[in-house]
Write a protein that binds this ligand. Structure first.
Ligand SMILES: O=C(O)c1ccccc1N[C@@H]1O[C@H](COP(=O)(O)O)[C@@H](O)[C@H]1O
Length: 223
């Protein structure tokens, strides 16, 4: 089975259409006001409806340390397929968001070393009540003003050796049309997730880079 591709940080219908027409498997909508890719609840609901009409892709709402009111509003107004938690949520909070929303959870985990990878599997226990999949991403810069993701930073993919064979996982962090084939070959990721690598500037998706990313990812194979 070929690797699934998530194009994250979609803000406009043009960018959405470019991703869907190029064969994206998942569409990411960021609800995080500090991000240049932020969309409102209403914008996310409209983009989700458009994606549903096109068909073929799951919609993922990306949240960072959301409160209960936001989780409930997302579940009611957007009705995505998954919630991506990209903050400092610990296992109990992931479980609570899962229960409150009734949605599948993709939990982002910042990776610095093999211990981060080994510890991340606690998010998948006990079966199905917390996250349904892990998303390994680069550690954000230490600068307190930096975003928790979407920074275009890669990490040493060899660290993910510790994850192989345990459960399918998603990979993010500095992926581009130029390096995604190598990332898939080395890690065997089930999903590759890109935001800044398919942009002309922060928040502006580049349709040609989206097409090139999809093309490169869809022919790539685990080595
Ligand atoms: O994209 C953002 O603005 C963002 C904001 C807050 C948390 C996560 C964010 N993006 C996610 O980060 C990874 C890596 O992105 P990149 O390809 O390195 O730019 C990915 O999952 C994005 O969806």
């Amino acid at each position: 089975m070929s690797t699934r591709v998530k194009i994250c940080g979609i803000r406009t219908s043009d960018a959405l259409d470019a991703a869907l027409d190029a064969g994206a498997d998942l569409i990411g909508l960021v609800l995080y006001p500090k991000s240049p890719r932020n969309v409102s609840l209403d914008e996310a609901a409209a983009l989700t409806l458009r994606a549903r009409h096109h068909g073929g892709a799951d919609v993922v709402t990306l949240l960072v340390d959301p409160d209960d009111a936001l989780v409930e509003a997302v579940a009611e107004k957007i009705k995505p397929d998954l919630i991506q938690l990209h903050g400092h949520e610990m296992t109990a909070r992931v479980e609570a968001v899962r229960e409150l929303s009734g949605l599948r959870i993709l939990k982002a985990v910042p990776v610095g070393d093999a211990e981060d990878v080994a510890a991340a599997f606690d998010y998948l226990k006990p079966n199905g009540t917390r996250a349904q999949m892990l998303l390994f991403d680069a550690k954000p810069p230490a600068d307190p003003g930096s975003l928790p993701g979407g920074n275009g930073l890669t990490f040493d993919w060899r660290i993910l050796e510790a994850a192989k064979g345990r459960a399918p996982f998603a990979l993010a962090g500095g992926l581009t049309p130029e390096n995604v084939a190598a990332a898939i070959a080395l890690t065997g990721a089930a999903i590759v997730d890109v935001s800044s690598g398919v942009e002309s500037r922060p928040g502006e998706k580049d349709p040609e880079r989206i097409r090139r990313f999809l093309k490169a990812a869809k022919v790539a194979k685990e080595a």
